[in-house]
Design a protein around this ligand. Structure first.
Ligand code: ZN
Length: 459
């Protein structure tokens, strides 16, 4: 049986065929759209072990449009403005006109069912959203099952279970905010991406029983501030000081306050850049400063993160703000913004050197002898010296060379700069290694979240 849905008849279809299959509390969306790729190809073969269904997605919930429990392998054909779904015999089952992004194909069991596409296994369903010249390839699945694929990528499965549970609540809160607020990827048709830009998602292939248990044991729990769920930010290691969200990113965020972290273990790193390498990185980032003369930290957060770096050269100056410092220098090398420039080859240093100088010394004589042309020597009575009567002494000056200490300024001699830092990531919110430390000392997941996020509740 062929199902046709167009823009004009969508409402009618909604009324006759739309059935809400899952409902969640208003703060916890039931489903999330994860952007797992971007392709230009418009033909996809998808296999659903439990049979497939067509759903409509809206605001974190899904509605069943039509179910095909006996069809396991389908062919999706996409082009500008429509999606066609065929069975393996080429029979057209479903056509969507207009905004194709709201419809998707999924397992008849969207909570537990899986599908295979291109040799990869996924939970839930597959949505295609026209984006630019190609399509966003989107995995639509239950929010809780999505977290199964996030936790092992964001925290080691070997961490204590209370740390894993804190991470599960953080990841759920972040994703819930992205779904309910429209998110930064709405133009691409999904709520979260699979990279560190949002939180890393590895699909079914990365799931781990310990991580899945941490998700199940905290099902539906979010972090609340002033009665509303909040995005819980986290990083690997904050270098010993929790950063303020306001200072690092701007914008009001009362639950992301700065304070010293008593649990975060030390994580020191060091990186060097030669003059040539630094110039090349700056050029790539669009800064041409010529021969570099000076690299200076000109602004810091209260927690010690570098908020502004100024590079001065003979052809110009580059002022690099907090948002670009790590990407310009390489975020894998400069692991956090908590760093010092410990050796700056371009800057002049003051030091003391020893060096010879000419010195005048004075010899004072109080008794004089006169050697006459005749060879006669006799003591001269000063009263006899009429021409020099102004002075009682005869002064003779002589020059000699002595060594003295002197302060001079010169280049440090280092080829490039050496940066010494601590921590890994932005340092705002929860430190994952700090959470591990707290859990190992007996704190529960709610204690951990309330330590890292100011004045929040976990429910
Ligand atoms: Zn993202």
């Amino acid at each position: 049986m062929k199902k046709i849905i167009g823009v004009l008849c969508a409402l009618a279809v909604f009324l006759c065929a739309g059935t809400l299959v899952f409902a969640a509390s208003e703060d916890v969306p039931g489903f999330v759209r994860v952007g797992i790729g971007q392709y230009s190809c418009s033909l996809y073969y998808v296999t659903f072990l439990e049979g497939f269904a067509v759903y409509e997605y809206g605001g974190g919930e899904i509605s069943l449009i039509e179910s095909y429990p006996d069809v396991t392998r389908v062919e999706l054909v996409c082009d500008a403005g429509y999606i066609n779904v065929y069975d393996e015999f080429g029979e057209e089952l479903f056509i969507s006109y207009g905004d194709t992004s709201q419809y998707f194909v999924g397992s008849t069991d969207m909570e537990n069912g899986t599908f295979t596409e291109g040799g990869r296994n996924w939970r839930g369903g597959l949505m295609l959203h026209r984006c630019g010249l190609g399509y966003s390839y989107i995995n639509v699945l239950s929010l809780e099952k999505y977290l199964y694929g996030v936790l092992p990528k964001e925290m080691s499965a070997s961490y204590p279970s209370e740390a894993l549970k804190a991470q599960a609540v953080c990841a759920r809160s972040y994703a819930a905010r992205m779904v309910l607020s429209g998110g930064k990827h709405s133009a691409q048709g999904y709520d979260v991406c699979t990279s560190q830009d949002c939180q890393v998602y590895g699909g079914m292939g990365c799931e781990s029983p310990r991580c899945s248990s941490a998700v199940s044991e905290t099902t539906g729990m979010l972090v609340y501030y002033n009665g509303a769920p909040v995005s819980c930010y986290y990083s690997a290691n904050n270098g010993g000081f929790i950063e303020s969200g306001l200072e690092i990113w701007g914008g009001a965020s009362g639950y992301l306050q700065a304070k010293k972290d008593d649990f975060n273990p030390a994580d020191n790193w060091e990186v060097t850049y030669t003059d040539e390498k630094l110039r090349s990185l700056l050029r790539t980032a669009g800064f041409n400063v010529g021969n570099i003369q000076k690299v200076q930290v000109t602004k810091r957060s209260s927690g010690g993160s570098v908020l502004e770096l100024v590079v001065t050269g003979d052809a110009g100056t580059a002022t690099i703000g907090r948002d670009r410092i790590r990407s310009v220098l390489g975020s894998n090398s400069v692991r956090s913004l908590k760093f010092d420039i410990v050796d700056n080859g371009y800057e002049t240093v003051t030091k003391t050197v020893r060096e010879p100088v000419e010195k005048e010394s004075t010899i004072v004589l109080d008794q004089y002898y006169v050697l006459a042309r005749t060879g006669e020597v006799r003591v001269l009575n000063l009263n006899e010296v009429v021409a020099n009567s102004l002075s009682d002494n005869l002064v003779i000056k002589k020059a000699e060379t002595v060594t003295v200490e002197k302060t001079v300024q010169e280049k440090s001699g280092y080829d490039g700069i050496r940066i010494s830092g601590k921590g890994y990531g932005h340092g705002v919110g929860m430190s994952q290694t700090g959470a591990r430390e707290m859990a190992s000392r007996g704190y529960g997941f709610a204690d951990i979240l309330q330590y890292y996020f100011t004045d929040v509740t976990v429910q």
